[in-house]
Write a protein that binds this ligand. Structure first.
Ligand SMILES: CC(C)(COP(=O)(O)OP(=O)(O)OC[C@H]1O[C@@H](n2cnc3c(N)ncnc32)[C@H](O)[C@@H]1OP(=O)(O)O)[C@@H](O)C(=O)NCCC(=O)NCCSC(=O)C[C@H](O)C(=O)O
Ligand SMILES: [Mg+2]
Length: 302
């Protein structure tokens, strides 16, 4: 059956690759990588004494941007850090597709950034993404997601950060993510309630891709739109697992065809091979097919 996440109309964000802004070799690889979106990180992936170099690399990158339609996001340091002001100035200067706020705790973190962007005439296309990686972010997930509306719709995306969450909660690493599931689902629910994209956490495994693939399957089943990645080896798996399967596409086509048949156009519930299919499934099917078209449009070779 078509899943709820297929209703979400946002652009494809199946694979969201993160890399340290201080690593020019990794940055140089980007044009050859098939990630749907890219995060240039100034926060945890960058050593204290490399932050300025990271900002310089980001300036260089945007001055010669060759990404076409791909979203490029910059993760800044948090408001309490000495790097925050310089990072914010950089955001206004290079105007990425979004600024990713680390260690969000409450809705005010979103509102403060939204005010800063508005006061400095940042274009509406400059969005806000939020890392959901503190215990307070999970407790306040609903009001953080709601702040997206209050802030004029600038908040676009919630990204779970399980490394920080494990650190702050004491939950032990476990391939099944058993005790983290309530936190993950809380973020999915908050995102869905306010029309945001939800991105599953990184998996730290990039040589043995078995545990990573298992997390992709689980994340998709939970309703996530995509996964944050740390290594190019993870891109193909995320693109595959967060794309509707051939079976789902065929089922959606069947539903659309059935509702388009004479006599069914105004029906709210019909019988397809012994299953009740409602108009809401028809709407889901249309959205799924629209998403597939979007994915196919952005695909070079997968
Ligand atoms: C994890 C790594 C440090 C591993 O790096 P390395 O040992 O160099 O890997 P490889 O030898 O396999 O690399 C092969 C080439 O691929 C390039 N590369 C590696 N990673 C990336 C990448 N992410 N994007 C683009 N290109 C990449 C290398 O440069 C090699 O090329 P070359 O130099 O020409 O030989 C490394 O993968 C890495 O730094 N990953 C990203 C780390 C990161 O961004 N961390 C922050 C995100 S995690 C997070 O946010 C957690 C969250 O906050 C939470 O709390 O959970
Ligand atoms: Mg983190």
């Amino acid at each position: 059956m078509v899943t709820f996440s297929d209703m979400h109309p946002a652009r494809p964000r199946r694979s969201v690759l993160c890399l340290p802004a201080s690593n020019p070799r990794a940055i140089a690889k980007l044009t050859s990588l098939e990630a749907d979106a890219v995060i240039l990180d100034l926060e945890d992936a960058v050593a204290e004494d490399m932050k300025e170099e990271g900002r310089r690399n980001i300036r260089d990158y945007f001055s010669n941007r060759q990404d076409g339609d791909r979203e490029v996001i910059v993760r800044i340091n948090d408001a309490a850090s000495p790097h925050y002001r310089a990072d914010c100035e950089l955001i206004l200067e290079v105007r990425p597709d979004a600024v990713l706020l680390p260690k969000v705790r409450a809705r005010d973190d979103i509102l403060d950034m939204a005010s800063y962007l508005a006061e400095n005439d940042a274009p509406e296309t400059l969005r806000i993404w939020a890392m959901m990686e503190t215990p307070l972010a999970i407790l306040n997930a609903g009001s953080i997601a709601e702040a997206g509306r209050t802030s004029g719709g600038r908040l676009d995306c919630l990204v779970v950060g399980l490394n920080d969450l494990r650190k702050d909660t004491g939950v032990l690493p476990d391939p099944a993510r058993t005790y983290l599931i309530p936190y993950l689902m809380q973020v999915v629910l908050a995102g869905r309630a306010f029309g945001l994209t939800v991105i599953d956490s990184v998996s730290n495994e990039f040589r043995d891709l078995g545990p990573f693939e298992a997390e992709c399957l689980q994340g998709r089943a939970m309703g996530f739109d995509g996964k944050m990645l740390i290594h190019p080896a993870q891109i193909a798996g995320a693109n595959q697992h967060f794309r509707p399967s051939d079976r789902e596409i065929a089922e959606a086509e069947l539903i659309v065809a059935a509702f388009s048949q004479p006599g069914n156009e105004k029906s709210n519930a019909i019988n397809i091979n012994g299953s009740m299919v409602e108009r809401l499934h028809f709407e889901q099917a249309l959205r799924l097919l629209a998403r597939v078209r979007q994915i196919n449009k952005g695909m070079k070779s997968e």
